[in-house]
Design a protein around this ligand. Sequence first.
Ligand code: 5GP
Length: 205
Amino acid sequence: MRLLEERIRREALVVSPDVLRVDMFLNHLIDAAFLDELGAEFARVFADEIGRITKILTVEASGIAIACAAARHFDVPVLFAKKGFGNKTLDKDVYCSSVFSFTKETVSTVSVARRFLCPGERVLVIDDFLANGAAARGLLNIIEQADAELAGVGIVIEKGFQPGGMELRAQGVRVESLAVIESMGDGRVTFADSEALAAPQAASI
Ligand code: 5GP
């Protein structure tokens, strides 16, 4: 998605060869109008799932804003996995999964109340980033526990030089990313499809 790539080029900060900060529009300060455009793009990419999916699933905290933006275009609710087990605000009856956090380098338990995810539901997973795939795998595991169906995984920014996307696709998971970064060497972001995007016929919004 060209608009997203331009925004990343213009504003994002490469803080190390494998960590990008987009907290000026996506996951701290939130540009709601821009996220709405990203949500609309997810609806275009997963157009065949409109009317089929029953829920969007994400993980707190940074997936929530983009999941809500996407959900408006699919007209479904958002369910987010909560971090921490034994939280007094959480139901007792939950599906749990352990997730290694790429940014915090800690393992946390994420949980979803069973009453909010029912057998037979069709679920689209949405998240802000895909790196090693731990967050996505944790959510997929919860979907499996619930006997629900996975429609696919929609990601705003996939770091293609990390293995998450490749591994999930190799498992047969439909992964659609709005921007795929090929490398972030020398503090410069290079997109996987930047050459194709330069060609007029490949232009998107
Ligand atoms: P994974 O579980 O695929 O290794 O990492 C994905 C999760 O880690 C996302 O939910 C996201 O919050 C966080 N993450 C991974 N890489 C980055 C990054 O480069 N920048 C930011 N801001 N978050 C990231």
